[in-house]
Design a protein around this ligand. Structure first.
Ligand SMILES: C[S@@+](CC[C@H](N)C(=O)[O-])C[C@H]1O[C@@H](n2cnc3c(N)ncnc32)[C@H](O)[C@@H]1O
Length: 207
């Protein structure tokens, strides 16, 4: 699954950004999309924030406007290099999200956008446990990612998008119950907020 466009979108940042911008129109634009998972959270300039799977720093940038203590983590050296150029005010670490090189209780907020759908189920389990470990008690894991559309009108668009850009892990995420997976590792989670006809879910899970 997925087409050559997936490879191209990771190779050329302008293409990735263009696709993100178009996809974000479904929730009112990129700026709104980038802040969806942060709504209602109490974050200040001292909050210790990890942008997990930060990519080229699209959400990291928003986070650095709120806090001066932001770290981006990604497994891709190319993405990290771009993030460092795009958002030099954050710190960065190259690592796998399933093996996060930080101590227990290190962060007040872990944010991740459009990344968990890239993980195999076993990987996802490990990542959720790692995020729980590095959050301080009361800290929040803020997630925005795909969800099975609740409005049938959004199904064709999501399927075309998945066919062009995503792999089988994205389809697996649609079938999984992310809030339940989070509860299983100890998080307190309410039902997700849904956007774009239900094709996007926002979860704020508290340790
Ligand atoms: C679709 S991009 C999302 C980037 C960014 N968060 C955004 O909202 O645009 C997914 C990112 O996850 C990273 N990634 C995938 N698997 C990972 C893993 N196991 N550990 C760390 N990063 C990973 C990829 O390198 C990529 O930068």
């Amino acid at each position: 699954m997925a087409t050559f466009l997936r490879t191209l979108s990771y190779r050329y940042q302008w293409l990735y950004d263009g696709i993100s911008r178009i996809a974000a129109l479904s929730v009112g634009g990129e700026n709104k999309f980038r802040q969806l998972a942060l709504q209602g959270l109490t974050i200040n300039s001292d909050s210790r924030i990890l942008d997990l799977c930060c990519g080229s720093g699209q959400a990291t940038q928003i986070l650095t406007k709120i806090s001066r203590n932001v770290t981006g983590l990604d497994a891709s050296p190319l993405s990290l290099q771009r993030a460092k150029e795009n958002v030099p005010q954050a710190n960065y670490v190259e690592a796998f999200a399933e093996n996060i090189p930080f101590a227990e209780n290190k962060f007040d907020l872990v944010h991740t956008s459009a990344a968990l759908h890239e993980m195999q189920p076993e990987q996802l389990q490990k990542i959720l446990k790692e995020v729980y470990r590095i959050l301080q008690p009361g800290g929040v894991f803020a997630v925005v990612d795909f969800h099975q559309p609740t409005n049938p009108l959004f199904v064709p668009g999501l399927w075309v998008f998945f066919w062009l850009f995503e792999t089988e892990t994205a389809w697996k995420l649609l079938k999984s119950d992310l809030p339940e997976l989070l509860r299983n590792v100890g998080f307190k989670v309410e039902e997700p907020k849904l956007y774009a006809g239900g094709s996007l879910q926002v979860i704020q899970a508290r340790k």
